[in-house]
Design a binder for this molecule. Structure first.
Ligand code: AMP
Length: 428
């Protein structure tokens, strides 16, 4: 696989030779100028090359591939396209964008996700829809149980590739790849490009690949104001109420696991907030209802797990609260990317407790310029490093000490998270 930097960049949709129906749809959506990623990804993918785009959250990546795919489908009568997204919510969101774009185009589309009736999806798939938007798990199930082959799929999109691999979808992606027949183009979107993303790219992609890397791909957007609150765990609930009372607009409060999500959701309901919660333990029907009500503004405060940390696009989210820190540093970047999208401003508030030493160090790179407030005047990080525990044992003292410097060795230690009680709790 030869990775090249793109030479094509077009700064207006009019120059891109898009299908006229798409130009009209863009106008209806009040979208007039391509974003940075669109100005490179659209012309390069319309040229037929494989594309890897390392795209900033909220950079307009859905339209970047949707406009290109629909133009290709309009030009090639027999061609079909498959879009893979990591979660049901994302797949539904992408499906909606496609439906809006191709309102005036005769393109049959099908949504293939878990949690809804399989038989209806099989019937739709058997009719060979031109466009399939799917999660890899459910797509793979259909392919295996119904022995379907993905014929004439000439374009495949792997959206949030890094997330998909984190979620353990590599085997499903490999099966899907095996069922594809004929030449095709692959467009891969990912917030980061590590070894595992590269190996999936190798599997799907042709010899020549264009890599588009938006300059700020791995950093929060400038319009995002960040605040870090250093406080004791016992102060978190009260402080959250203060922050919610001060906040304007929609809020997503991220918690660390399903249990905390339930408890905090209930706490806020008891205080009379227009709130609800979402996590992977709810039925698909419940998840859909909560997301619909949140999108429509009936729910102002949504308490969530990292299930919705990525890709979710709800314009009126003006605030993100990291009530618990995530288990992976990249999820932090995705969480705060739910606000300050598409040129809007937004605020992210992050609660940090003394035992968050290790993760706090890891997310520092995403907190540049953040205002740090010591809510608890006594606040000090607890050093949980192996070295520290060892030294304590050696000294034979039970006295608890804490230090900020010690967190350096904490980040090196490998013990911890995997064996902690948290590991047993359902995170998403
Ligand atoms: P995405 O990164 O695909 O989740 O898109 C984030 C948001 O940006 C969505 O609400 C889009 O409707 C919006 N958007 C996408 N492209 C443009 C554009 N060229 N101009 C203005 N808004 C856009």
């Amino acid at each position: 696989m030869k990775i090249e930097t793109p030479t094509l960049r077009l700064n207006s949709f009019a120059e891109m030779n898009l299908e006229p129906a798409l130009m009209r749809a863009l106008q209806k959506m009040s979208i007039s100028k391509p974003t940075a990623i669109q100005s490179e990804a659209i012309p390069n993918s319309l040229n037929g090359t494989d594309v890897i785009a390392i795209a900033q959250t909220g950079s307009g990546k859905t339209l970047a591939y949707a406009l290109s795919i629909l133009t290709t489908l309009a030009k090639k009568e027999a061609a079909r396209a498959l879009v893979l997204a990591p979660s049901r919510e994302m797949a539904q969101q992408i499906y909606k964008v496609f439906l809006e774009l191709c309102a005036e185009m005769p393109v049959s589309a099908c949504l293939v996700i878990g949690g809804s009736t399989g038989s209806k999806q099989i019937n739709q798939l058997k009719k060979n829809p031109r466009l399939i938007i799917a999660t890899p798990g459910r797509m793979n199930d259909h392919l295996m149980t119904n022995k379907l082959l993905l014929q004439n799929v000439e374009v495949i999109v792997i959206d949030e590739a890094d997330r998909m691999l984190d979620m353990g979808f590599a085997p499903q992606l490999k099966t899907i790849q095996n069922t594809l027949r004929g030449a095709r183009q692959t467009l891969m979107f990912s917030a980061s490009f590590g070894k595992n993303v590269e190996s999936i790219a190798q599997l799907f992609m042709n010899h020549k690949v264009m890599m588009i890397r938006s300059a700020q791909a791995e950093a929060p957007v400038a319009a995002l104001k960040q605040k870090v609150l250093l406080l004791d765990r016992t102060m978190k609930n009260d402080r959250l109420l203060d922050e919610l009372n001060a906040a304007r607009g929609g809020v997503i409060v991220f918690t660390g696991n399903q249990e905390n999500c339930e408890a905090l959701g209930q706490y806020l309901k008891d205080y009379g907030y227009e709130t609800d919660l979402i996590h992977g333990g709810l039925s698909q029907g419940q998840r859909n209802r909560v997301m619909r009500e949140f999108r429509e503004g009936e729910i102002r405060v949504l308490v969530a797990t990292d299930l919705i940390a990525r890709g979710l696009d709800v314009p009126h989210v003006d605030n993100v609260v990291n009530f618990d820190l995530p288990f992976q540093a990249e999820d932090f970047l995705h969480r705060i990317g739910r606000t300050a999208r598409a040129g809007r401003s937004g605020q992210a508030i992050t609660f940090v407790t003394p035992s968050d030493t290790r993760m706090y160090k890891k997310i520092q790179m995403y907190l540049k310029g953040a205002e740090e407030i010591k809510v608890d005047p006594q606040f000090e990080f607890i050093d949980r490093s192996r070295k520290f525990r060892f030294e304590k044992k050696e000294a034979g003292t039970g006295k608890q000490t804490s230090s900020k410097q010690g967190s350096k060795s904490a980040s090196k230690g490998k013990s911890g998270s995997g064996k902690s009680g948290f590991a047993k709790k359902k995170r998403q």
